[in-house]
Design a protein around this ligand. Structure first.
Ligand code: BYC
Length: 473
């Protein structure tokens, strides 16, 4: 169904025919807008921003571009079209009709999944709210705001499900999504990474590369769900998510390119010399990568998880791209896990269903590595031997078998003493963070770019790079 922009809440679910739901969502709408004013992008609410808005959910025509003030962005409810033939693709109900309503026994675990997903969306907007002041260009400022409004829409996507399918409990959960806040000591966001501060643009690019990519994999798992409205909501969210990862990927690419240019100009790889020329040295890029990759790995949960096994059994949450696997029931297979044992490593066989978090994490790591390979090709072509790399999945973990176990970036278990002594080489130190912050100054002049980042290869929607993407007045 095409998107109806006449209603107060744009939608393609024929919201007007369900007055109760419409009223409930119209009641939540002003609370969302208050939250956006208070905790959304700070100070840019009257700027005209060149944003894309969904106009239909098919592959061709879902984005139109135009200048919009962020609070006037048309947040709404957009689900991918329903496939009447769709069957449950895995688990105990494999091959049966997908569900249009939630079987009573799965209500609370499904609610928990939807709330956890929904919680990350406003969290990321809160984390990024100060970045508008230090954008390296108008192009980047626009991308930040595009990401922010779409995360706001992803919150709407989950709030719709809570209101439509979970009655009073769902309405209460929807309120609480606006009451927990990133980094709040009393009411923090649910998952660790979403309470980490994002004060600088290098962190923003790492977050959009690594953490939004967790979003991609989680949404792909939920797009396989036996609960069809969740599957359809997540399928459409994935189309928006792609741009967020593009922002991260190209952002890191441009930081690396700029460092290489400076190294060439100065004729040295010396990190200090690169820093003195107001660019970011590659070892510092590696440290920020280590931080955000390891934090994002935690978002997949424990390697061995009875939650994951029951999500799989019930068909509520599967593996990304389930059709690529041969066995969709997975009751006979085992998975080999590596666990720490003092300074040694032992392995253990666990049932495949319990290992679904680890299976998804494995696909995620392979996807993350593609970008690292691309950045390394830039470095190689420039004639330097330095290489970026993903640290081991054991490194700096807070969730799962390796939580709190000190290892080096290759995953070799070490003593806490050694970890503490080497930490400054592996993770952003206070001095590194101060240096990165010292580079962060807003560049708002049309066509200008901060010294620490190369310009992008192309602009948005066939516009030039130096287009006035944000009109600040
Ligand atoms: N931090 O069996 P376990 C996105 C909790 S990102 C804190 O190990 P399970 C986005 C867990 O909740 C995608 N707590 O794990 C990106 C559980 O607590 P309860 C977000 C954590 O349940 C950028 C307990 O530990 N979507 O969209 O198998 C910008 C034991 O759980 C963490 C989803 O996450 C952590 N890192 O899997 C904007 C999808 N990890 O329930 C947006 C929905 C685990 O015992 N969520 N815990 O109180 C899920 O599928 C699962 O909840 C998880 C955890 C994959 C997160």
């Amino acid at each position: 169904m095409s998107i109806n922009y006449q209603d107060r809440i744009p939608n393609n679910i024929d919201l007007g025919s369900n007055r109760t739901l419409q009223r409930a969502l119209e009641h939540w709408q002003p609370e969302f807008l208050n939250w956006w004013q208070e905790l959304g992008p700070r100070d840019f609410q009257v700027a005209d921003v060149y944003l894309r808005t969904a106009t239909s959910v098919d592959a061709k025509g879902w984005a139109t571009y135009g200048f919009v003030r962020m609070p006037e962005y048309r947040w709404g409810i957009f689900l991918a079209d329903r496939d009447p033939e769709r069957k449950i693709g895995f688990g105990d109900f494999y091959g049966q009709e997908v569900w249009q309503q939630i079987p009573g026994e799965y209500r609370s675990i499904l609610r928990r999944l939807i709330v956890t997903q929904g919680d990350t969306e406003p969290a990321s907007v809160e984390q990024q709210r100060m970045l508008g002041h230090t954008a390296p260009s108008l192009y980047d400022l626009r991308n930040l705001f595009q990401v922010n409004v779409e995360e706001g829409r992803h919150l709407w996507a989950m709030v719709y499900l809570l209101h439509a399918y979970f009655g009073r409990d769902g309405r209460e959960e929807a309120e609480e999504l606006l009451e927990r806040h990133s980094g709040d000591a009393n009411k923090p966001r649910i998952l660790g990474t979403f309470n980490e501060p994002i004060r600088d643009w290098l962190s923003f690019f790492m977050f959009t590369y690594f953490t939004d990519r967790d979003g991609k994999f989680q949404l792909k798992s939920l797009a396989e769900s036996s609960f069809d409205p969740l599957a359809r909501t997540c399928s459409f969210m994935l189309t928006e998510e792609a741009h967020h990862m593009f922002v991260g990927d190209t952002g890191i690419n441009r930081v690396v390119r700029r460092s290489l240019e400076v190294m060439k100009e100065l004729g040295t790889e010396d990190p200090l010399a690169v820093r003195n020329a107001s660019a970011i040295d590659l070892p510092t890029v590696q440290k920020y990568l280590n931080f955000w990759f390891s934090s994002s790995l935690d978002l997949f949960g424990s390697e061995s998880s009875s939650n994951a096994a029951s999500y799989f059994a019930n068909g509520l949450k599967g593996r990304p791209d389930e059709s690529r696997y041969e066995d969709h029931v997975a009751t006979e297979q085992m998975f080999t896990l590596e666990r720490p044992h003092g300074l040694d490593v032992t392995s253990e066989e666990i049932p495949m269903r319990n290992a679904m978090n680890e299976v998804t994490r494995g696909s995620y790591v392979a996807d993350c590595d593609l970008g690292v390979k691309r950045w390394n090709r830039l470095i190689e072509r420039a004639g330097y031997s330095f290489r970026l790399s993903l640290p081991s999945t054991r490194f700096r973990r807070n969730i799962g078998a390796w939580a709190g176990i000190p290892t080096d970036p290759t995953g070799r278990p070490i003593t806490q003493q050694e970890f503490d002594a080497r930490k400054v080489d592996w993770l952003p130190s206070e001095a590194d963070q101060s240096f990165i912050l010292s580079l962060m100054h807003g560049v708002n002049e049309q066509g200008k770019m901060a010294a620490w980042i190369a310009p992008p290869d192309r602009g948005i929607n066939n516009n030039p790079v130096d287009y006035e993407y944000v009109k600040l007045h």
